[in-house]
Ligand binder design. Structure first.
Ligand SMILES: Cc1cc2nc3c(=O)[nH]c(=O)nc-3n(C[C@H](O)[C@H](O)[C@H](O)COP(=O)(O)OP(=O)(O)OC[C@H]3O[C@@H](n4cnc5c(N)ncnc54)[C@H](O)[C@@H]3O)c2cc1C
Length: 435
Protein backbone atom coordinates (compact mmCIF):
# COMPACT_ATOMS: atom_id res chain seq x y z
CA UNK A 1 0.00 0.00 0.00
CA UNK A 2 1.30 3.43 -0.90
CA UNK A 3 1.14 6.19 1.70
CA UNK A 4 -0.52 9.46 0.88
CA UNK A 5 2.41 11.75 0.25
CA UNK A 6 2.14 15.32 1.54
CA UNK A 7 2.15 17.92 -1.23
CA UNK A 8 4.91 20.52 -1.46
CA UNK A 9 2.71 22.90 0.52
CA UNK A 10 2.21 20.27 3.20
CA UNK A 11 5.93 19.58 3.40
CA UNK A 12 6.66 23.27 3.88
CA UNK A 13 4.12 23.41 6.70
CA UNK A 14 5.55 20.24 8.17
CA UNK A 15 8.98 21.82 8.56
CA UNK A 16 7.70 24.96 10.28
CA UNK A 17 4.67 23.82 12.14
CA UNK A 18 4.81 20.08 12.72
CA UNK A 19 3.27 19.04 16.04
CA UNK A 20 5.68 17.25 18.31
CA UNK A 21 4.69 13.71 19.20
CA UNK A 22 3.45 14.83 22.65
CA UNK A 23 1.40 17.91 21.75
CA UNK A 24 -1.73 16.36 20.29
CA UNK A 25 -5.19 17.69 21.08
CA UNK A 26 -6.59 14.24 20.32
CA UNK A 27 -5.29 10.84 19.30
CA UNK A 28 -8.04 10.22 16.73
CA UNK A 29 -10.17 12.75 14.83
CA UNK A 30 -13.15 11.16 13.11
CA UNK A 31 -14.53 13.36 10.33
CA UNK A 32 -18.24 12.56 9.91
CA UNK A 33 -20.62 11.74 12.73
CA UNK A 34 -23.01 9.54 10.77
CA UNK A 35 -23.75 6.05 12.07
CA UNK A 36 -20.35 4.68 11.04
CA UNK A 37 -18.34 7.56 12.56
CA UNK A 38 -20.38 7.40 15.78
CA UNK A 39 -19.97 3.60 15.93
CA UNK A 40 -16.20 3.94 15.64
CA UNK A 41 -16.10 6.54 18.44
CA UNK A 42 -18.20 4.22 20.63
CA UNK A 43 -16.07 1.17 19.78
CA UNK A 44 -12.96 3.08 20.93
CA UNK A 45 -14.47 3.59 24.38
CA UNK A 46 -12.15 1.22 26.28
CA UNK A 47 -8.93 2.19 24.52
CA UNK A 48 -7.95 5.32 26.49
CA UNK A 49 -7.47 7.06 23.15
CA UNK A 50 -8.76 10.65 23.09
CA UNK A 51 -11.28 10.97 20.28
CA UNK A 52 -13.00 13.92 18.61
CA UNK A 53 -15.84 13.52 16.12
CA UNK A 54 -16.20 16.43 13.69
CA UNK A 55 -19.69 16.52 12.18
CA UNK A 56 -20.92 19.05 9.63
CA UNK A 57 -24.55 18.99 10.73
CA UNK A 58 -26.16 19.88 14.06
CA UNK A 59 -27.02 16.73 15.99
CA UNK A 60 -30.78 17.16 15.57
CA UNK A 61 -30.40 17.40 11.77
CA UNK A 62 -27.99 14.45 11.52
CA UNK A 63 -30.37 12.29 13.56
CA UNK A 64 -33.51 13.29 11.64
CA UNK A 65 -32.63 11.42 8.40
CA UNK A 66 -35.68 9.35 7.35
CA UNK A 67 -33.74 6.22 6.34
CA UNK A 68 -34.14 2.68 7.69
CA UNK A 69 -31.63 -0.15 7.29
CA UNK A 70 -31.56 -3.92 7.41
CA UNK A 71 -29.17 -4.64 10.26
CA UNK A 72 -27.16 -7.86 10.11
CA UNK A 73 -26.62 -10.14 13.09
CA UNK A 74 -22.92 -9.21 12.99
CA UNK A 75 -23.88 -5.53 13.44
CA UNK A 76 -26.27 -6.22 16.32
CA UNK A 77 -23.48 -8.22 18.01
CA UNK A 78 -21.08 -5.30 17.57
CA UNK A 79 -23.61 -3.01 19.26
CA UNK A 80 -24.05 -5.59 22.03
CA UNK A 81 -20.29 -5.67 22.49
CA UNK A 82 -20.13 -1.89 22.67
CA UNK A 83 -22.99 -1.85 25.18
CA UNK A 84 -25.56 0.17 23.23
CA UNK A 85 -27.79 -2.63 21.87
CA UNK A 86 -29.96 -2.78 25.00
CA UNK A 87 -31.14 0.76 24.25
CA UNK A 88 -31.56 0.12 20.51
CA UNK A 89 -33.27 -3.29 20.61
CA UNK A 90 -36.70 -2.21 21.95
CA UNK A 91 -37.01 0.32 19.11
CA UNK A 92 -36.21 -1.95 16.15
CA UNK A 93 -38.10 -4.75 14.42
CA UNK A 94 -36.67 -8.20 13.82
CA UNK A 95 -37.20 -10.48 10.85
CA UNK A 96 -37.25 -14.23 11.25
CA UNK A 97 -37.63 -15.13 7.58
CA UNK A 98 -36.32 -13.81 4.27
CA UNK A 99 -38.20 -14.77 1.10
CA UNK A 100 -36.20 -14.47 -2.11
CA UNK A 101 -37.95 -14.79 -5.48
CA UNK A 102 -37.66 -13.88 -9.14
CA UNK A 103 -40.58 -11.91 -10.63
CA UNK A 104 -43.66 -14.06 -11.10
CA UNK A 105 -41.75 -17.33 -10.83
CA UNK A 106 -43.57 -19.36 -8.13
CA UNK A 107 -40.48 -20.88 -6.49
CA UNK A 108 -39.40 -18.95 -3.43
CA UNK A 109 -36.20 -19.47 -1.44
CA UNK A 110 -37.07 -19.20 2.24
CA UNK A 111 -34.27 -18.46 4.68
CA UNK A 112 -35.18 -19.37 8.26
CA UNK A 113 -33.48 -19.00 11.67
CA UNK A 114 -32.72 -22.73 11.81
CA UNK A 115 -30.36 -22.16 8.85
CA UNK A 116 -28.17 -20.11 11.19
CA UNK A 117 -29.13 -21.63 14.54
CA UNK A 118 -30.17 -18.18 15.78
CA UNK A 119 -33.58 -16.95 17.01
CA UNK A 120 -33.84 -14.29 14.29
CA UNK A 121 -32.16 -13.51 10.95
CA UNK A 122 -31.68 -9.78 11.42
CA UNK A 123 -33.29 -6.47 12.29
CA UNK A 124 -34.54 -3.33 10.62
CA UNK A 125 -33.58 -0.10 12.37
CA UNK A 126 -34.41 3.48 11.59
CA UNK A 127 -31.52 5.90 11.17
CA UNK A 128 -32.86 8.20 13.88
CA UNK A 129 -32.97 5.35 16.42
CA UNK A 130 -29.42 4.14 15.76
CA UNK A 131 -27.81 7.58 15.72
CA UNK A 132 -29.81 8.93 18.67
CA UNK A 133 -28.83 5.97 20.86
CA UNK A 134 -25.19 6.11 19.75
CA UNK A 135 -25.05 9.83 20.58
CA UNK A 136 -26.59 9.21 23.98
CA UNK A 137 -24.08 6.45 24.60
CA UNK A 138 -21.20 8.75 23.61
CA UNK A 139 -22.34 11.27 26.19
CA UNK A 140 -21.23 8.75 28.80
CA UNK A 141 -17.79 8.30 27.20
CA UNK A 142 -15.34 10.68 28.85
CA UNK A 143 -12.73 10.36 26.14
CA UNK A 144 -15.00 11.48 23.25
CA UNK A 145 -15.77 15.06 22.22
CA UNK A 146 -18.33 15.88 19.56
CA UNK A 147 -17.65 18.95 17.43
CA UNK A 148 -20.67 20.13 15.47
CA UNK A 149 -21.70 21.75 13.27
CA UNK A 150 -18.12 22.00 12.09
CA UNK A 151 -16.42 21.25 8.83
CA UNK A 152 -12.88 20.26 8.02
CA UNK A 153 -11.49 22.71 5.50
CA UNK A 154 -7.89 21.53 5.09
CA UNK A 155 -5.69 18.77 6.41
CA UNK A 156 -1.90 18.85 6.64
CA UNK A 157 -0.22 15.49 7.12
CA UNK A 158 3.03 15.71 9.09
CA UNK A 159 5.43 12.89 9.91
CA UNK A 160 4.07 12.54 13.47
CA UNK A 161 0.53 13.86 13.24
CA UNK A 162 -2.15 15.68 11.28
CA UNK A 163 -3.11 19.33 11.51
CA UNK A 164 -6.82 19.77 10.85
CA UNK A 165 -8.29 23.19 10.04
CA UNK A 166 -11.95 23.63 10.95
CA UNK A 167 -14.35 26.11 9.42
CA UNK A 168 -15.67 28.57 12.00
CA UNK A 169 -19.37 28.12 12.55
CA UNK A 170 -21.89 30.48 14.06
CA UNK A 171 -23.55 27.55 15.81
CA UNK A 172 -20.18 26.65 17.32
CA UNK A 173 -19.53 23.39 19.07
CA UNK A 174 -22.34 21.47 20.64
CA UNK A 175 -21.28 20.85 24.19
CA UNK A 176 -23.06 17.56 24.63
CA UNK A 177 -20.42 15.67 26.49
CA UNK A 178 -18.85 15.65 29.87
CA UNK A 179 -15.68 17.02 28.30
CA UNK A 180 -17.28 20.13 26.92
CA UNK A 181 -15.58 21.94 24.09
CA UNK A 182 -16.12 25.58 24.91
CA UNK A 183 -15.69 27.07 21.46
CA UNK A 184 -14.98 25.79 18.01
CA UNK A 185 -11.23 25.36 17.68
CA UNK A 186 -9.73 26.67 14.43
CA UNK A 187 -7.00 24.05 14.35
CA UNK A 188 -6.63 20.61 15.88
CA UNK A 189 -3.43 18.61 16.07
CA UNK A 190 -4.21 14.91 16.08
CA UNK A 191 -2.25 11.71 15.85
CA UNK A 192 -4.43 10.32 13.05
CA UNK A 193 -7.53 11.09 11.02
CA UNK A 194 -10.45 8.83 10.10
CA UNK A 195 -12.64 9.71 7.12
CA UNK A 196 -16.24 8.72 7.93
CA UNK A 197 -17.67 11.55 5.88
CA UNK A 198 -19.71 9.56 3.38
CA UNK A 199 -19.36 8.64 -0.28
CA UNK A 200 -18.26 12.10 -1.43
CA UNK A 201 -15.61 12.17 1.30
CA UNK A 202 -13.74 15.44 1.18
CA UNK A 203 -11.02 14.00 3.41
CA UNK A 204 -10.44 11.13 0.96
CA UNK A 205 -10.27 13.54 -1.98
CA UNK A 206 -7.91 15.93 -0.19
CA UNK A 207 -5.62 13.00 0.57
CA UNK A 208 -5.53 12.16 -3.14
CA UNK A 209 -7.00 8.66 -2.69
CA UNK A 210 -8.70 7.60 -5.89
CA UNK A 211 -11.83 5.48 -6.31
CA UNK A 212 -13.24 3.08 -8.87
CA UNK A 213 -16.91 2.73 -9.64
CA UNK A 214 -19.96 3.67 -11.65
CA UNK A 215 -23.47 5.03 -11.44
CA UNK A 216 -26.21 2.47 -12.06
CA UNK A 217 -29.03 3.04 -14.53
CA UNK A 218 -31.39 2.69 -11.56
CA UNK A 219 -32.68 4.74 -8.64
CA UNK A 220 -34.27 3.42 -5.46
CA UNK A 221 -37.61 4.71 -4.32
CA UNK A 222 -38.00 4.37 -0.57
CA UNK A 223 -41.30 4.65 1.32
CA UNK A 224 -43.00 3.52 4.52
CA UNK A 225 -46.18 1.48 4.19
CA UNK A 226 -48.85 0.55 6.71
CA UNK A 227 -50.28 -2.80 5.53
CA UNK A 228 -53.69 -3.97 6.66
CA UNK A 229 -52.31 -7.34 7.83
CA UNK A 230 -49.32 -7.96 10.09
CA UNK A 231 -45.99 -8.52 8.34
CA UNK A 232 -45.26 -11.65 10.43
CA UNK A 233 -41.59 -10.63 10.66
CA UNK A 234 -40.92 -11.65 7.05
CA UNK A 235 -38.55 -9.67 4.82
CA UNK A 236 -39.03 -10.03 1.07
CA UNK A 237 -36.57 -9.47 -1.78
CA UNK A 238 -38.24 -9.97 -5.14
CA UNK A 239 -36.27 -9.40 -8.32
CA UNK A 240 -37.96 -7.78 -11.31
CA UNK A 241 -36.34 -6.98 -14.67
CA UNK A 242 -36.45 -3.28 -13.73
CA UNK A 243 -34.65 -3.95 -10.44
CA UNK A 244 -35.00 -5.52 -6.98
CA UNK A 245 -38.04 -4.79 -4.83
CA UNK A 246 -37.58 -5.21 -1.07
CA UNK A 247 -40.09 -5.18 1.78
CA UNK A 248 -38.63 -4.85 5.27
CA UNK A 249 -40.71 -5.12 8.45
CA UNK A 250 -40.21 -2.10 10.71
CA UNK A 251 -41.59 -1.07 14.10
CA UNK A 252 -45.29 -0.19 14.66
CA UNK A 253 -46.52 -2.96 12.30
CA UNK A 254 -45.26 -0.96 9.32
CA UNK A 255 -43.00 -1.91 6.41
CA UNK A 256 -40.29 -0.15 4.52
CA UNK A 257 -40.14 -0.65 0.76
CA UNK A 258 -37.09 -0.15 -1.45
CA UNK A 259 -38.33 -0.15 -5.05
CA UNK A 260 -35.51 -0.10 -7.60
CA UNK A 261 -36.26 0.97 -11.18
CA UNK A 262 -34.54 2.78 -14.08
CA UNK A 263 -34.14 6.50 -13.26
CA UNK A 264 -37.05 7.83 -15.37
CA UNK A 265 -39.42 5.14 -14.11
CA UNK A 266 -38.40 5.73 -10.49
CA UNK A 267 -38.86 9.49 -10.93
CA UNK A 268 -42.34 8.87 -12.38
CA UNK A 269 -43.21 6.68 -9.37
CA UNK A 270 -42.11 9.49 -7.08
CA UNK A 271 -44.34 11.99 -8.87
CA UNK A 272 -47.48 9.82 -9.10
CA UNK A 273 -50.55 10.80 -7.11
CA UNK A 274 -50.78 8.75 -3.93
CA UNK A 275 -53.77 6.65 -5.15
CA UNK A 276 -52.06 5.77 -8.42
CA UNK A 277 -48.82 4.97 -6.62
CA UNK A 278 -50.63 2.68 -4.18
CA UNK A 279 -52.38 0.87 -7.05
CA UNK A 280 -49.05 0.12 -8.72
CA UNK A 281 -47.49 -0.76 -5.39
CA UNK A 282 -50.29 -3.20 -4.61
CA UNK A 283 -49.60 -5.00 -7.91
CA UNK A 284 -45.91 -5.28 -7.08
CA UNK A 285 -46.41 -6.00 -3.37
CA UNK A 286 -49.00 -8.73 -3.83
CA UNK A 287 -52.04 -9.33 -1.68
CA UNK A 288 -50.38 -11.14 1.23
CA UNK A 289 -50.68 -8.12 3.54
CA UNK A 290 -54.08 -6.80 2.47
CA UNK A 291 -54.75 -3.16 1.65
CA UNK A 292 -51.75 -0.81 1.79
CA UNK A 293 -51.53 2.81 2.84
CA UNK A 294 -48.63 5.21 2.55
CA UNK A 295 -47.01 6.76 5.63
CA UNK A 296 -45.09 10.00 5.06
CA UNK A 297 -43.11 10.93 1.97
CA UNK A 298 -41.44 8.94 -0.79
CA UNK A 299 -37.68 9.44 -1.30
CA UNK A 300 -35.45 8.74 -4.27
CA UNK A 301 -31.77 7.69 -4.14
CA UNK A 302 -29.63 7.08 -7.24
CA UNK A 303 -27.79 3.76 -6.96
CA UNK A 304 -24.02 3.73 -7.34
CA UNK A 305 -21.00 1.52 -6.79
CA UNK A 306 -17.71 2.90 -5.54
CA UNK A 307 -14.59 1.39 -4.00
CA UNK A 308 -11.54 3.31 -2.82
CA UNK A 309 -8.26 2.07 -4.22
CA UNK A 310 -6.78 2.42 -0.71
CA UNK A 311 -8.40 2.37 2.73
CA UNK A 312 -5.41 3.93 4.43
CA UNK A 313 -2.81 6.57 3.84
CA UNK A 314 -0.23 8.36 5.94
CA UNK A 315 -2.05 8.83 9.31
CA UNK A 316 -5.40 8.30 7.62
CA UNK A 317 -8.03 5.52 7.50
CA UNK A 318 -11.31 5.44 5.57
CA UNK A 319 -14.45 3.76 6.95
CA UNK A 320 -18.02 3.26 5.75
CA UNK A 321 -19.28 5.03 2.66
CA UNK A 322 -16.09 7.10 2.51
CA UNK A 323 -14.37 3.84 1.51
CA UNK A 324 -17.14 2.02 -0.39
CA UNK A 325 -20.69 2.42 -1.64
CA UNK A 326 -22.80 -0.33 -3.14
CA UNK A 327 -26.20 -1.07 -4.63
CA UNK A 328 -28.80 -1.24 -1.84
CA UNK A 329 -29.82 -4.79 -2.85
CA UNK A 330 -29.12 -7.14 0.05
CA UNK A 331 -28.79 -4.27 2.56
CA UNK A 332 -25.00 -4.42 2.80
CA UNK A 333 -23.68 -0.80 2.81
CA UNK A 334 -24.11 0.35 6.40
CA UNK A 335 -23.37 -3.12 7.78
CA UNK A 336 -19.99 -3.16 6.02
CA UNK A 337 -19.30 0.27 7.53
CA UNK A 338 -20.19 -0.93 11.03
CA UNK A 339 -17.76 -3.85 10.60
CA UNK A 340 -15.09 -1.42 9.30
CA UNK A 341 -15.55 0.64 12.47
CA UNK A 342 -15.28 -2.39 14.78
CA UNK A 343 -12.23 -3.73 12.91
CA UNK A 344 -10.41 -0.38 12.91
CA UNK A 345 -11.14 0.11 16.63
CA UNK A 346 -9.66 -3.34 17.31
CA UNK A 347 -6.51 -2.68 15.27
CA UNK A 348 -5.97 0.70 16.98
CA UNK A 349 -6.63 -0.76 20.44
CA UNK A 350 -4.11 -3.57 20.00
CA UNK A 351 -1.49 -1.18 18.59
CA UNK A 352 -2.02 1.34 21.39
CA UNK A 353 -1.72 -1.36 24.05
CA UNK A 354 1.53 -2.52 22.46
CA UNK A 355 2.88 1.04 22.56
CA UNK A 356 2.90 1.37 18.76
CA UNK A 357 2.17 4.56 16.83
CA UNK A 358 -1.52 4.16 15.89
CA UNK A 359 -1.16 6.37 12.81
CA UNK A 360 1.80 4.49 11.35
CA UNK A 361 1.55 2.80 7.99
CA UNK A 362 2.39 -0.58 9.56
CA UNK A 363 -0.56 -0.39 11.95
CA UNK A 364 -3.10 1.02 9.49
CA UNK A 365 -2.09 -1.46 6.81
CA UNK A 366 -3.46 -4.25 9.04
CA UNK A 367 -6.88 -2.62 8.84
CA UNK A 368 -6.70 -2.24 5.06
CA UNK A 369 -5.62 -5.87 4.57
CA UNK A 370 -8.45 -7.07 6.79
CA UNK A 371 -11.36 -5.05 5.45
CA UNK A 372 -10.68 -4.17 1.81
CA UNK A 373 -10.82 -7.72 0.43
CA UNK A 374 -13.88 -8.66 2.50
CA UNK A 375 -15.71 -5.53 1.41
CA UNK A 376 -14.72 -6.13 -2.20
CA UNK A 377 -16.46 -9.54 -2.06
CA UNK A 378 -19.65 -8.01 -0.63
CA UNK A 379 -19.62 -5.13 -3.13
CA UNK A 380 -19.07 -7.58 -5.99
CA UNK A 381 -21.92 -9.73 -4.69
CA UNK A 382 -24.40 -6.82 -4.75
CA UNK A 383 -23.31 -5.84 -8.26
CA UNK A 384 -23.63 -9.36 -9.67
CA UNK A 385 -26.97 -9.90 -7.93
CA UNK A 386 -28.39 -6.71 -9.41
CA UNK A 387 -27.07 -7.34 -12.93
CA UNK A 388 -28.05 -11.02 -13.09
CA UNK A 389 -31.60 -10.36 -11.93
CA UNK A 390 -32.33 -6.98 -13.57
CA UNK A 391 -32.80 -8.26 -17.13
CA UNK A 392 -35.01 -10.45 -19.34
CA UNK A 393 -32.34 -12.40 -21.25
CA UNK A 394 -33.74 -15.90 -21.69
CA UNK A 395 -30.64 -17.90 -20.77
CA UNK A 396 -29.86 -15.69 -17.78
CA UNK A 397 -33.47 -15.96 -16.57
CA UNK A 398 -33.33 -19.77 -16.80
CA UNK A 399 -29.92 -19.86 -15.11
CA UNK A 400 -30.90 -17.65 -12.18
CA UNK A 401 -34.16 -19.54 -11.61
CA UNK A 402 -32.20 -22.79 -11.54
CA UNK A 403 -29.83 -21.11 -9.07
CA UNK A 404 -32.72 -20.18 -6.79
CA UNK A 405 -34.06 -23.76 -6.92
CA UNK A 406 -30.62 -25.10 -6.03
CA UNK A 407 -30.54 -22.74 -3.03
CA UNK A 408 -34.00 -23.99 -2.07
CA UNK A 409 -33.02 -27.66 -2.24
CA UNK A 410 -29.44 -27.74 -0.98
CA UNK A 411 -29.36 -26.61 2.63
CA UNK A 412 -25.54 -26.24 2.99
CA UNK A 413 -25.49 -23.86 0.00
CA UNK A 414 -28.42 -21.91 1.43
CA UNK A 415 -26.67 -21.65 4.79
CA UNK A 416 -23.44 -20.51 3.13
CA UNK A 417 -25.32 -17.80 1.21
CA UNK A 418 -27.20 -16.71 4.31
CA UNK A 419 -24.06 -16.51 6.46
CA UNK A 420 -22.46 -14.34 3.79
CA UNK A 421 -25.49 -12.05 3.49
CA UNK A 422 -25.79 -11.78 7.30
CA UNK A 423 -22.16 -10.70 7.61
CA UNK A 424 -21.13 -13.84 9.50
CA UNK A 425 -18.48 -15.16 7.12
CA UNK A 426 -14.84 -14.13 6.86
CA UNK A 427 -12.78 -12.71 9.70
CA UNK A 428 -15.04 -10.97 12.20
CA UNK A 429 -14.01 -8.25 14.67
CA UNK A 430 -13.91 -9.42 18.30
CA UNK A 431 -16.94 -7.24 19.00
CA UNK A 432 -18.95 -9.27 16.44
CA UNK A 433 -18.14 -12.68 17.94
CA UNK A 434 -21.20 -14.52 19.37
CA UNK A 435 -21.78 -13.53 23.00
C1 LIG B 1 -32.05 3.38 -0.79
C2 LIG B 1 -30.96 2.89 0.11
C3 LIG B 1 -31.22 1.86 1.00
C4 LIG B 1 -30.21 1.38 1.82
N1 LIG B 1 -30.49 0.34 2.66
C5 LIG B 1 -29.50 -0.17 3.42
C6 LIG B 1 -29.77 -1.28 4.29
O1 LIG B 1 -30.89 -1.79 4.38
N2 LIG B 1 -28.73 -1.77 5.04
C7 LIG B 1 -27.47 -1.24 4.94
O2 LIG B 1 -26.56 -1.75 5.61
N3 LIG B 1 -27.20 -0.18 4.15
C8 LIG B 1 -28.17 0.37 3.39
N4 LIG B 1 -27.90 1.44 2.59
C9 LIG B 1 -26.55 2.04 2.61
C10 LIG B 1 -26.41 3.04 3.77
O3 LIG B 1 -27.37 4.06 3.64
C11 LIG B 1 -25.01 3.69 3.81
O4 LIG B 1 -24.04 2.70 3.60
C12 LIG B 1 -24.75 4.35 5.17
O5 LIG B 1 -25.73 5.32 5.43
C13 LIG B 1 -23.36 5.00 5.21
O6 LIG B 1 -23.13 5.54 6.49
P1 LIG B 1 -21.84 6.47 6.76
O7 LIG B 1 -21.92 6.86 8.20
O8 LIG B 1 -20.62 5.80 6.25
O9 LIG B 1 -22.05 7.74 5.82
P2 LIG B 1 -23.15 8.89 5.87
O10 LIG B 1 -24.44 8.37 6.37
O11 LIG B 1 -23.12 9.54 4.53
O12 LIG B 1 -22.59 9.91 6.99
C14 LIG B 1 -21.54 10.80 6.72
C15 LIG B 1 -21.57 11.91 7.76
O13 LIG B 1 -20.46 12.77 7.55
C16 LIG B 1 -20.86 14.13 7.61
N5 LIG B 1 -19.92 14.91 6.78
C17 LIG B 1 -19.79 14.90 5.44
N6 LIG B 1 -18.78 15.71 5.06
C18 LIG B 1 -18.25 16.25 6.19
C19 LIG B 1 -17.17 17.15 6.45
N7 LIG B 1 -16.42 17.66 5.47
N8 LIG B 1 -16.91 17.50 7.73
C20 LIG B 1 -17.64 16.97 8.75
N9 LIG B 1 -18.66 16.10 8.55
C21 LIG B 1 -18.96 15.73 7.29
C22 LIG B 1 -22.30 14.12 7.10
O14 LIG B 1 -23.01 15.24 7.59
C23 LIG B 1 -22.82 12.79 7.66
O15 LIG B 1 -23.39 12.92 8.94
C24 LIG B 1 -28.90 1.95 1.76
C25 LIG B 1 -28.64 3.00 0.87
C26 LIG B 1 -29.66 3.46 0.05
C27 LIG B 1 -29.35 4.58 -0.91
Amino acid sequence: MASVQPTTKHTAVAEVNAPSSTSFDYDVAIVGGGIVGATLAAALKDTNLRVVVIEAQPRSVAVAKGQAYAIHLSSSRIYQGIGVWEAIAPQVEYFSQVHLSDGNCPSVVKFKPRDLGTPVLGYVAEHRVLLKELLQFLETCEHVDWCCPAQVTTTHYHPHGVEVQLAPSSAGVEAAHRHEVESLPQTLNVRMLVAADGSRSQVRQQAGITTQGWDYWQSCLVATIAPEKFHNHIAYERFWPSGPFAILPIANRQCRIVWTAPHAQAQALLELEEDQFLDLLQQRYGSQMGKLSLVGHRFLFPAKWMHSTQYTGHRLALVGDAAHTCHPVGGQGLNLGIRDAAALAQVLHVAHQAGQDIGSVQVLRQYQRWRRRQNWLALGFTDILNRVFSNRWFLVVQGRRLGLRILQWIAPLRILALRFMAGLSGRLPNLAQPK
